[in-house]
Write a new protein. Sequence first.
Lengths: 349, 458
Amino acid sequence: MGNKAVAERQKKFDSKARISEELFHIGVSPHIRDRDTTTKIMGWVIIALIPLTAYSIYIGGLSTFIVIVSSLVGAVGCEYVLQRLMHKPVTINDLSAALTGLLLALTLPPRLPFWMPLIGGAVAIALGKQVFGGLGHNIFNPALVGRAFLFISWSKYMTTSYLDKPLAWVVNTSTIKSINAVTSATPLFAMSEVRKGALDIQASKYYLPLFFGNPWGCIGEVSAALIILGLIVLFAKRLIDWRIPVCYVGTVMLLSLIKGTDPIFSALAGGLLLGACFMATDYVTNPMTPWGKVIFAVGCGIVTVVIRFYSHLPEGVMFSILFMNGVTPVIDRFIKPRPYGVSKGGAKA
Amino acid sequence: MFGIIDNIKKFYFTRGSIHPKQNKRTAPIMVFPGPNPEKVTIPLLQHTGATCEPLVEVGDRVLVGQKIGDSEAYVSAPVHSSVSGEVSGIINYPHPTGRDVLSIQIVSDGMNELSPDIKPPGDPFEMTPEEIRRAIREAGIVGLGGAAFPTHVKLAPPPEKPISTLIINGAECEPYLTADHRLMIERSEDIIRGALIIKRVLGAEGVIIAIEGNKRDAIQRMREAGQNEGIHVVALPTRYPMGAEKTLIRTLTGREVPSGGLPSDVGVVVNNVGTAAAICEFFKKGMPLVERIVTVCGDGVAGNANLRVKIGTLVKDIIDFCGGYVGKKGKLILGGPMMGLAQYTDTIPVIKGTSGILVLRYENLFVKEPAHFTCIRCGRCVRHCPMNLMPFAIGMYADVGIWDKLEQYNVNDCIECGCCAYVCPTKNPLVQLMKVGKEGLARRKKKIEELEKAVSGE
């Protein structure tokens, strides 16, 4: 919202005020406000994602770029069209639709045909957000709704459209070459093969590539380091609570350790970091209170591990977050902070 | 006990508070005597409690310090004339709280002749607490922090609740305001003496003077003045709302005032530094409360200053004294920017609870807001609420009028400090919704009571 819009509001205000020259304006306190707005918050999350996005395009090339752009176009375009059709104010300027589109693209494999992210973005906004009444009213994370839709509709594309020939390497060592023998298998898939006894790779060999440059997987899984950099940006701007990423990743690591898998590998592989830092922390769909956030994050971790180890899917971040999104209203109902001056039982002290 | 308090670090209270831009521009400037108005308008209600009855009639000549209004009610405080001159009218007049209140208008003769009744009431350290309380009531002293609760009532806690700690509140956490800050620097001995008088009335064991850490000079002065009296001067973290009674008590003592209770329930009484100084002034010279220090500040007024203003002076006269308005008229706020009341006109009088006059320019009124107030559930209001409430939920239910839910969310514990609305990224008017919610809940309870009475009466 620019200065023009502010001027318009002032004009509207003036026309309503009877003798605005004589009288002062009134309003309820507080008379000063923090400068942060929804648009600014969304903008900062997008900025936090830029290094990761840029690096994924560097590694994946044109196909990655097309996926990202078509997902953005799908999401923002759908929001615009729907809001025009419903005669509502168009709010694409608040950047929330753009963020949804970008987040969706980061969860997609890089070699999808361009129409698929387009549909995914549109579905994310239409079914994920606008059917509930727009920003702030949705129950499920819109980007993940879009991804779930694509995953169920075209699961073959969604599980095989990984890069066959990455354009660039950062960690070009013999490690890469030995892993490269199992081409087009995501690290998590490879490890589930290891558990079945079909393969024999040490999980620790994946550490470096997963951290600095991992071409096997979705667009947003190229580098754990850049996701953590984005997380640091979010922390520095005080946009998100530390509880969700820490508790989510911590739970997964702990349960993986109990199950006998390398915990560091479990944390780095798949969409866990991206999900824990940018998806589970979506304001609208996680609980409001600190303890509610902890319960939400631990729940996400448990469901992720259950799906990873006990289902036919190699990765469970998407469904775990969607599942816990559904539980959020219940958590919010029961987990409340203890108000000042009220004893723990809820009775007045 | 006090050793722990001295060690309070800045990080102790970062949750449940905010840190707005301070804008304390007037802090280094000495307090000036205010204007000598030609006419004052003294409302008969300047405190929390019952309105006073006028004791004078139109045409009477009154002197400075003469009692012109009093009430039979216990929770009330008399009002005194701040100028000498002739009563020109007793009329309903606009009041800072928004209603019209019966006010006495006095045309000043410019002499400022003192009333012969003014004499020191005697040595407070030889009077009984009851005598001191009665004297304080006669002086019309009320809490000068803003709420203007009659001090003699505050100093009379129920006997079954012994007071262990007296807190003298010099936090002044509101941005822009520096009246208490200057008072602490210029009249630190008076504040200490006033605190000792209050301590004697209450029989309190210890006295803490709490000052926000950003007022280093005031802390220094108060420590020097109070070092021989066994008074502890504590530097508080610079956070808003540090000076709110309940947060102050939690920070200093770790105790929480029960919901719906009073500070005396946890053995604490909180008084403003201005109140302590006024009490001292009264016992020194016998002068009742007829003037107070007001911070005039903001980008919409030419001169920013701290002024010693006669109660009843119109805001207009004070602004003229400070050089008039600058730029297009925006907001005129009595009090600080976080909790002050916006006024539609400047022809309202300064009353005992007016700590500041803030004029904001028109251009700075409008923040960039989204098209509509949609909560994005970011949780900032929950994180920043000093009372640990869930403002977003209260706002939501108040907006749609589900009053029963509001009680579950403890809406009546809200202190309307404005932290939630300040941090809200969607600029939701949460404080307004809180007020709506409180009133709606009260209305509904009253209705239920009436219905129950009607049913049982059959």
